[in-house]
Design a protein around this ligand. Sequence first.
Ligand code: GAR
Length: 202
Amino acid sequence: MSHKSVNGKVKTAVLISGGGSNMVALVQAAQDPGFPAEIVLVISNRPGAGGITKAEDLGVKVLCIDHKNFKTRKQFEQAMDKMLRAHGTELICNAGFMRILSPWFVGSWRGRQLNIHPSLLPKFKGLHTHERAIEAGESEHGCTIHYVDEGMDTGKIIAQAKVKVLPDDTKETLAARVLKAEHKLYPQILMQIASEKPPTQN
Ligand code: GAR
């Protein structure tokens, strides 16, 4: 089975929790008629996420599925899963999605869910990566795109982009430099993955 649907494009959903600048980069790239993926759905788990209005302004279907409205993680994930499937999703891009996903959800989308993380994994898994990179005296930092597995930021690495850490960097200036690299890398990798045959599914 291929990722590709009838129009030849891989139906891709983007999961967000915040500002959504990576989502915007993916949507804008996918607006190119020759791009091999189309963004069929954006889901935010936070009602106040800035990315929601950005997706609306770009004319992309966006849903807010507030995790706080569900008793359990599984019920929240089942609601997301249902909407993802209703939109024919073949590939998921996590883009600043800040909920931990259960083994059930991860297993359901194995090999079909990507995440972007703001560090050169395996360094600095988890939160506050820019601050930690500065504190550790790193001369290089960056971002990683990886498949999602059951661990936190542990899935198979697909690609990384490096940036320099400058002597006068604050966590904000470093974050901005990394984010710029993310906006370049994520569309490139989505293009690459959507052009390939899908990895083996469970
Ligand atoms: C990005 O830097 C992304 O790598 C990071 O959150 C930011 C979201 O920005 N993701 C994580 O930390 C995931 N653990 P955006 O909402 O503007 O795309």
